[in-house]
Design a protein around this ligand. Structure first.
Ligand SMILES: [Zn+2]
Length: 559
């Protein structure tokens, strides 16, 4: 990792802190976890973050993970004693920063492992392996504390730091590049993977209502995204890892750079979703979190498909972010182990909602100011959005990059903390339908930043591939009770009909027939048959037929 900060920049204050450190036992894996009341990050680790000394600034002190300390010590202070050899360690905050209204119940934490306070607003929890799956599924706002020693640095010959070298891509070229982004395509993918609209994959019409990490429908979405990226001409790899007993997959699409193929720029975001524990396996639409960021990654991949870049470009859809950034952690660990030179990462998580401010946070660390400033300049130049730069990275896929010394930032809505449907079954397309233009603006600035960072070439100007045609049918809510709205779209007026069928294929209710108009039309169905009788709970199909089109959609009536 050529941009990894050197150890020489480590702490001025460490020697004085060592004096107060005592020899408490530390975590069994390696190193230790210490909470230092009243200490600020700047006092311990000025400058760039280090992969072996990780810090989290909490309101009343500093949490330090020292990954290379000798057993019995950290370099900064007394470490919490480990009670198990097989445990994973987590930082859990008393409020979810992505949803401050929701408090964490400390007593609930104690059911999963050993809990120690880290100041007044957080805990360090040591979770034994046998309770790990239940702990991860419980939905706490957590950050895993990596105690494994960081990978060995590359040999000195290849580890010499080089400047980030962000190109100044010509304004007209960047404008032409981001001008090929499509709001319709951006919206359509969100609709497809959040359960609002159907999509075709492998010859069948599909509809998914959750992308929770354990589910087959998340895997279906992963397959669909991988197939689309392959269709755009990228080399696509399913980057597999195991979480508990679940096989997870990052979707990684790569194209080699024209003049510096050994250097990579990553555009990424997580495609998994979550909702409360009782519902997550059936209903976790995750439209804002993070179908919106997934759609950003896919739309930039589409417009980059026929373009040339100096550096290699990688579009990565991370799995299992909601269980603690496992996908990005795995991806970064592998990249570091291979010595892959990632020059920067642009990460998106929740980019299509606002309440009062049409804008975004650019969340990073002071060490990566140059990259954050490139994004900020592109926000100003190519969008009407406001932005704020935050120097406190937390809780999304940019963190593992930063902890490995790779320049990265997170793009996230300015108002994300107020999103009322965060991690709920109601995080649907309808909650962001009116605010989704913000998502395309954040995508524009991110695409311009990719152009700068990867070096967009002026000499390859092929038109981007088209996104797939939108599905003809959509329905919401689904499952429904007592009423569902069905929307259908025809390119031109046509004679036909649209009706409801039961599982046995019997036509139970006609919704419309005769000459159907062009454009999007909406109909409502109240769960009754043609005679006005209430139909029982169960699965029904809405079918659209014309001379040239047919489409069908599964509806679930839940009385
Ligand atoms: Zn998210």
């Amino acid at each position: 990792m050529r941009v990894r900060p050197t150890r020489a920049r480590l702490p001025l204050i460490l020697s004085s802190l060592l004096a107060i450190g005592s020899c408490l036992p530390v975590a069994a894996r390696a190193g230790g976890v210490a909470f230092l009341p009243g200490i600020h990050r700047g006092q311990v680790a000025p400058g760039a973050p280090s992969p072996d000394l990780l810090t989290w600034q909490l309101p009343d002190g500093l949490l330090v993970v020292d990954r290379v300390a000798a057993p019995g010590h950290t370099r900064c202070g007394p470490a919490f004693a480990a009670s198990r050899a097989d445990a994973d360690w987590f930082l859990v905050r008393d409020r979810d920063p992505r949803h401050p209204a929701r408090a964490v119940d400390a007593a609930a934490l104690a059911r999963f492992g050993t809990v120690r306070p880290a100041g007044a607003t957080a805990w360090v929890v040591e979770v034994p392996a046998d309770r790990l799956p239940a702990f991860l599924a419980a939905g706490f706002p957590l950050q895993r504390l990596p105690l494994e020693p960081p990978p060995a640095p590359l040999p000195a010959s290849s580890a010499a730091p080089t400047p980030l070298a962000i190109a100044q891509v010509d304004t007209a070229l960047k404008r032409a590049f981001i001008g090929t982004l499509s709001q319709a395509a951006f919206n359509q993918l969100i609709q497809e993977i959040s359960g609002y609209a159907t999509f075709f994959y492998a010859g069948q019409l599909r509809q998914v209502h959750t992308r929770y990490f354990t589910t087959a429908s998340k895997n279906l979405v992963g397959d669909y995204l991988a197939a689309r990226l392959a269709g755009y001409g990228y080399a696509v790899e399913l980057d597999t890892f195991i979480l508990g007993s679940v096989t997870c997959r990052n979707i990684v699409a790569t194209r080699a750079g024209l003049s510096a193929p050994e250097e990579y720029v990553v555009v990424g975001g997580h495609y998994d979703s979550t909702s409360p524990i009782l519902y997550c396996e059936t209903t976790a639409p995750g439209a804002e979190d993070n179908a919106s960021g997934t759609s950003m990654v896919m739309e930039i991949a589409r417009i980059s498909a026929h373009r040339g870049f100096d550096r290699s470009i990688q579009f990565v859809l991370f799995d299992s972010e909601e269980q603690g950034m496992n996908g990005s952690e795995h991806f970064v660990a592998e990249a570091v182990a291979e010595g892959r030179q990632i020059r920067g990462a642009i990460i998106a998580d929740m980019v299509s909602w606002y309440q009062g401010t049409y804008g975004l946070h650019i969340e990073g660390e002071a060490a990566w100011e140059e990259l954050m400033q490139s994004m900020a300049a592109n926000v100003t130049a190519y969008t009407p959005c406001a932005y704020v730069k935050d120097y406190y990275s937390w809780g999304s896929d940019h963190v593992p990059f930063q902890q490995a010394g790779i320049p990265a930032f997170l793009a996230i809505d300015y108002d994300y903390e107020d999103y009322p449907y965060y991690h709920q079954t109601t995080d649907t397309w309808f909650r962001i339908r009116d605010t989704v233009p913000l998502g395309l603006q954040i995508t524009r600035a991110s695409a311009a930043t990719l152009a700068d960072l990867a070096g967009l070439r002026p000499d390859l100007t092929g038109a981007p591939p088209s996104p797939p045609a939108p599905s003809r049918l959509a329905a919401w809510p689904n499952p429904f009770n007592p009423r569902v709205t069905v929307a259908f779209r025809l390119a031109a007026p046509a004679a036909g009909d649209i009706a409801i069928y039961d599982l046995a294929g019997r036509r139970v209710r006609a919704l419309a027939g005769g000459e159907l108009p062009a454009g999007e039309q909406r109909l409502s169905w109240d769960g009754r048959d043609d005679h006005g009788r209430l139909l029982p709970s169960g699965v029904y199909f809405c079918r659209l037929h014309t001379a040239t089109e047919s489409a069908s959609l599964k509806l679930s009536l839940a009385r």
